[in-house]
Design a protein around this ligand. Structure first.
Ligand code: GMT
Length: 398
């Protein structure tokens, strides 16, 4: 089965996308969405502070508009949000965008709101959609200094989507709003994220000997990811059986993780790879993924691993239960329950038949429920719904 890249859309749109281009899952989702939309014939304009890191530069129908922030000695902090709003308005007018789709509420929904207001004074209508990803609500958005403006950005959006039912419910509850939120979950291209035996045979010996099990963790090494728990779980596994760990990503907790690995006597069994572009080639090399996060509104890293036939051992928080069926396509444990996670990993790695069944089910879940084939049309339908709504209300206003 192919994942849709060559299926043209019945109604090509001109879409502006804004995201954090270099960090985190929201940027990954926004970039992959832009790539998939462009492959279906939409014209996609990224309006960002730098080029999104998953773009190769070879994609057709994709245009990049870098936001330049003017630095003046008087400004303690250069006003990026205003520069972004200005660029959004310019690009929307020059390229006649149908809509803007911003990822992560702060500050992108506010910049989009300003751009929309600027254009309205010139008789141009620019609807904008905000996609909520998680920490924009659960951490940053709930900080007192940001809460009212995050709520405002959500309420002023022409459309709002969230990446899980959990995040939609949490947003309604935490901000006491009744704005409709469309749940469109994270997705993965199952052609790109896949288990290719030849490639695995070639690459895996770089990281593990034939008799060794390989575990993997992928994140931005923020405290919310509990990378120390990854090291603690792995240390127990490595003391029970021959194993190695691939750590993909970088961030503030990396040196703490390196220090802990030395303390627990497993640093020589861990490959700290840092930030990598070819995540789709690295994930399938592993037997298991570890994702012991304090919070995940969805858990994109787990989904990408599952598409590569790598079952996750994760925490049962946030939107993770919308992805993992415990014992079927992965395993879930309470946050911080390192001993249970380690015990489960050791048992699973020692039971090839059960591991094989879980790997198969993980891939099946990614394909059947979260593949681009299923999710991209949901975004397209939502764009049309919002465009129709805004057209209708414009006509009613006369
Ligand atoms: O935690 C991250 O990786 C960063 C964060 C972001 O907004 O960039 O990720 C969030 O968005 C991802 C993509 O939609 C989700 O899969 C992650 O679960 C979510 N992270 C958290 O909720 C902590």
């Amino acid at each position: 089965m192919t994942c849709l890249r060559d299926t043209p859309s019945p109604r090509p749109l001109k879409i502006g996308i804004t995201c954090y281009p270099t960090y985190g899952g929201s940027g990954v989702v926004a970039t992959e969405l832009g790539i998939e939309l462009a492959a279906r014939g939409h014209q996609v304009h990224f309006i960002t502070s730098s080029a999104p890191f998953r773009l190769t530069g070879r994609e057709a129908n994709i245009y990049l508009h870098q936001v330049e922030t003017y630095h003046y000695p008087l400004f303690e902090h250069a006003p990026y949000d205003l520069a972004l709003a200005t660029r959004m308005a310019e690009v929307a007018e020059f390229y006649q965008l149908d809509l803007l789709h911003v990822h992560y509420a702060i500050p992108h929904s506010l910049s989009a709101y300003l751009a929309k207001q600027m254009l309205a004074t010139r008789g141009i209508n620019l609807p904008f959609i905000t996609t909520l990803h998680g920490t924009d609500i659960t951490l940053v958005g709930l900080d007192r200094s940001y809460l009212p403006i995050t709520r405002f950005g959500i309420e002023q959006s022409d459309g709002v989507t969230a990446i899980s039912s959990y995040l939609s419910d949490r947003t309604h509850e935490a901000f006491s709003i009744d704005t409709p939120i469309e749940v469109i979950r994270n997705f993965v291209n199952c052609d790109v994220y896949a288990h290719h035996p030849d490639q695995i045979r070639e690459m895996r010996p770089r990281f593990a000997a034939p008799d060794e099990k390989l575990l993997v963790h992928l994140s931005n090494f923020r405290p919310v990811k509990r990378v120390q728990d990854v090291i603690k779980v792995f240390a127990q596994v490595a003391h029970a059986l021959p194993a190695r760990l691939l750590l993909i990503g970088d961030g503030p907790d990396r040196s703490t993780a390196e220090y802990l690995a030395r303390e627990l006597g497993v640093s020589d069994r861990i490959h700290f790879l840092g930030k990598q572009d070819n995540v789709n080639e690295l994930l399938p090399l592993a037997d298991l993924m570890l994702l012991p996060s304090e919070m995940e509104s969805f858990g994109l890293a787990a989904l990408e691993a599952m598409a590569c036939r790598v079952p996750p051992i994760a925490t049962n928080i946030g939107g993770i239960p919308e992805l993992i069926d415990h014992g079927i396509n992965g395993l879930m444990f309470p946050v911080g329950d390192v001993d249970s996670m380690a015990r489960a990993a050791i048992e699973l790695l020692g039971d090839p038949d059960r591991l094989e069944a879980m790997s198969h089910a993980a891939r099946q879940t990614a394909q059947d429920r979260f593949c681009t084939t299923r999710i991209i049309p949901l975004y397209e339908a939502y764009y049309l719904q919002i465009l129709n709504q805004t057209e209708k209300s414009k006509a009613q206003r006369g």
